[in-house]
Design a protein around this ligand. Structure first.
Ligand code: FRU
Length: 480
């Protein structure tokens, strides 16, 4: 497989080398900043440093030099960035507020993990480590991934950080980003099979009404996610300035995504349009080290706006992918019956990178949907299973699956369609990934796939009966 064919068009990848979690997501002065866990020296995890990229539209990213480089004694683990407009830290320049990074220093000699500070007064281009680092240290080897934001109601900074092996999120407050006071702990709760990492706590709008908000705690867990391995769970609740209390649960875990490749999701600080935007690492600790791409390894998800929707007596997460500024969609197929079988679309609609919208009435079909990245011997199946009432992505024959046992699998998510309602999907297809949004973004499956370069066909399919297509469009995404 050529290098270029494995380079996504609208998902961020570094030019070369290993990448994992998004870090320090913040908007400042016209730029969205994406820092990321990065190995400047190799394509495996190690030498952890903060890579850096900026974008004005969340679609085209410019990679910049490494922002925070590892040292012989310090690995720079995950964390966040705030813009300290009121100069509470005293680190600001004469006419430039400081961007302040709060990240985990992993001490390579002792194994201790503590929270450290670095700052920049030139829009994140150069960074200085604070002489008092680590500014928050409790003698733990599993204390990481601080997410800090300005809590306006309390007039202070708040940090959520994971006590990973304890499955606890710890909350702190600070007036100056340097001295931190313990507020409370949350957990263990929800999914506790794997260690907890990369927490985030923020408000989201309910049912599209910005005046109605609730708090959402997002926590990544390394094992036990529905598609196997690592995944991201969430809790809806309240934060009173001291404690986060989750709403009573029915015992089931709320997963952000039902695919295998959505981890370490964290939100942007200071998003200028008031959206709650999150980016996740599109991989899974089960096989991240083995994915067959080069010279880069690791890609980010599409940024997604999170909100809550009322469903019966529950509030559930809904996600809207943000891919803006594309040309208008092309209609791929007219309204028609989709008979039992596979029906390739005409050649001119072949696409490696595209956003598809589909409205398909399952009719009498037991299963129906789309093949994407389809070639002679391979395809990724995006379908609805009427008997199981489930959305699924089948990547068993998606291309290269041999690099990890169990990679070639089917991932499902419960999806109830109302009687006579159509399956309505938005499917984001790129060089090495498929993201599927159903039910207005309430049900999402994100999966990496590694098809051969020429496998760019799209087909409709039905099994066990006849489905009816109402609508299918494609918006090809060109390389920026
Ligand atoms: C999550 C994680 C974090 C840690 C970082 C190290 O994927 O394990 O907990 O800070 O990656 O690269």
């Amino acid at each position: 497989m050529s290098d270029a064919a494995m380079r996504p068009t609208f998902h961020f990848t570094p030019a070369r080398n290993w990448m994992n979690d998004p870090n320090g997501l913040v908007w400042h002065d016209g730029e969205y900043h994406l820092f990321f866990q990065y190995n400047p020296q190799g394509s495996g995890w190690g030498n952890m440093s903060w890579g850096h990229a900026v974008s004005r539209d969340l679609l085209h990213w410019e990679e910049l030099p490494v922002a925070l480089e590892h040292t012989p004694t310090e690995a720079v683990f995950s964390g966040s960035v705030v813009v300290d407009r009121a100069d509470t830290s005293g680190l600001g320049g004469d006419d430039a507020p400081a961007m302040v990074a709060i990240y985990t220093s992993h001490d390579l000699l002792t194994g201790h993990q503590g929270q450290s500070v670095a700052w920049s007064t030139d829009s994140g281009r150069t960074w200085t480590r604070h002489p008092k680092n680590p500014v928050l240290e409790i003698g733990s080897t599993d204390f990481r991934d601080p997410k800090v934001w300005w809590y306006a109601e309390g007039g202070c900074w708040v940090m959520v950080v994971a006590l990973s092996t304890e499955r606890v999120v710890r909350l702190y407050r600070s007036d100056d980003l340097l001295a931190w006071t313990h507020l409370s702990d949350f957990g263990p709760a929800g999914s506790v099979d794997g260690v907890w990492e990369c927490p985030d706590l923020f408000t989201v709008a309910v049912d599209g009404d910005p005046a109605r908000t609730r708090w959402l705690l997002v926590v990544s867990v390394q094992e036990g996610a529905p598609a196997g391995g690592s995944g991201t769970q969430y809790f809806v609740g309240d934060f009173d300035g001291t404690t986060f209390a989750a709403d009573p649960s029915d015992g089931s875990v709320s997963w952000v995504d039902h695919g295998a490749d959505y981890y370490a999701a964290v939100s942007f600080n200071d998003e200028p349009h008031g959206r709650r935007l999150l980016v996740a690492w599109m991989s899974n600790w089960d096989y991240a080290r083995d994915v067959p791409t080069r010279p880069h390894r690791g890609a980010m998800s599409t940024p997604r706006a999170y909100e809550l929707r009322t469903r019966g007596d529950r509030l559930v997460l809904a996600q809207t992918p943000v891919v803006e500024g594309l040309p208008g969609p092309v209609r791929l197929a007219e309204s028609q019956d989709v008979h039992d079988g596979v029906h390739p679309l005409p050649e001119e609609f072949r696409a490696t990178s595209t956003v598809l919208t589909l409205e398909l009435d399952p009719g009498t079909a037991s299963r129906c949907g789309l093949h994407v990245r389809a070639g002679e011997r391979e395809r990724t199946v995006v379908g609805y299973d009427a008997a199981r009432r489930a959305l699924y992505v089948d990547r068993t024959t998606s291309g290269d699956t041999d690099f990890h046992p169990g990679f070639g699998a089917v991932h499902t998510a419960p999806l109830e369609l109302d009687a006579d309602a159509a399956l309505v999907l938005e499917v984001h297809v790129d060089a090495t990934s498929v993201e599927v949004y159903a039910d207005g973004g309430r049900v999402v499956i994100t999966d990496q796939v590694f098809p051969s370069p020429g496998s760019d066909g799209i087909a409709l399919f039905a099994e066990g009966g006849t489905a009816h297509l109402r609508h299918l469009t494609s918006t090809p995404v060109e390389r920026g």
